[in-house]
Design a protein. Structure first.
Length: 312
């Protein structure tokens, strides 16, 4: 690659990084970019900010768009809505949404998903009803947002209603994601028998999200019997998944069944099963740092550990 890079080259580099989920490198490349970015670059960068939860950078890009008097059409508008929602700035997302003169189904769906994720279930339903008034046909993402909102807001009857209407009224094809939302909804509300029946009648195999929602429901309601059934089924499918052993162990611990806790731990040791360590990331001064449980490889590990000891 030559020393002189034009806009196309920069845009290609940024898009490629995002395609391979190297979001931090995409933002770093943008900071090095000396050419004026085009709309597609801004959309790509906002996607990176959304994945990283980088609200400060997202705000800067939005301000840049305003300074350059760039037109915020449905594509750029949807990218802004999605970024603000995923970064937790719902009010700003709503401002962008309401400021769009024209909205497509992606804009409507993005704001409904954002509202649903943060527990604004009734507001998500209100937006959905306005979407219907505009004769805008909802897509599968719209219903995921609706069901998610119902789940996080405890709107069980509404969730059942929209889940039922998806096929009969709107003709939306059945997806495993819908069942994951419904399992989460019913699990949070304590309808474990209905939840199990729903899983039994699924037209496709349950995925990790469905099982994960069921696991959380069992933990919340301390249902050991269902927990054992689910975990044994999961272990038959994947006996090397350490998360299943840890899940059942935690259920036993919450019920003070310490002998069973020890049994789970011993089984993990005997079978050589390990739990995959958790991973988290944080942005400090526009630099992204990633940490894994038990990891000591960060160059500032000693300073970080010393500081944590001081505030402990």
């Amino acid at each position: 690659m030559g020393s002189i890079k034009n806009t196309v080259t920069w845009n290609t580099m940024i898009s490629t990084y995002i395609q391979y989920k190297e979001f931090g490198k995409a933002l770093l490349t943008f900071r090095q970019m000396q050419e004026k970015p085009v709309e597609i670059t801004m959309v790509s960068l906002l996607s990176a900010c959304a994945h990283l939860g980088s609200l400060d950078m997202g705000n800067w890009i939005h301000a840049y768009v305003k300074r350059q008097n760039l037109k915020i059409d449905v594509y750029l508008g949807n990218a802004l809505i999605d970024m603000y929602c995923k970064c937790g700035s719902i009010e700003t997302a709503l401002d962008v949404f309401h400021g769009l003169p024209t909205k497509n189904v992606f804009c409507w769906s993005s704001i409904i998903v954002g509202l649903g994720m943060y527990g604004y279930g009734k507001e998500a339903i209100d937006v959905f009803l306005k979407m219907k008034d505009q004769r805008m046909k909802p897509d599968h993402v719209t219903f995921i947002g609706l069901l998610c909102g119902c789940s996080h807001s405890g709107l069980v009857s509404e969730g059942r209603k929209y889940f039922s209407e998806m096929l009969g009224v709107y003709g939306v094809h059945s997806r495993v994601e819908y069942y994951g939302c419904m399992v989460d909804l019913l699990g949070r509300a304590g309808f474990l028998e209905e939840l199990l029946e729903l899983i039994r009648t699924m037209p496709m195999a349950p995925n990790a999200t469905v099982w994960g929602s069921l696991h959380r429901a069992c933990r919340i309601h301390k249902d050991i019997k269902v927990s054992e059934q689910v975990t044994h089924r999961q272990l038959e499918l994947d006996p090397r998944d350490g998360g299943n052993y840890v899940f059942l162990s935690n259920i036993y611990a919450s019920a003070n069944h310490w002998n069973d806790v020890e049994l789970c731990r011993n089984l993990m040791i005997e079978r050589g099963v390990h739990k995959i360590p958790g991973c988290s990331s944080i942005e400090v001064d526009n630099v992204f740092h990633q940490f894994m449980a038990g990891d000591t490889s960060h160059p500032q590990f000693t300073q970080i550990n010393t500081f944590l000891d001081k505030i402990a």
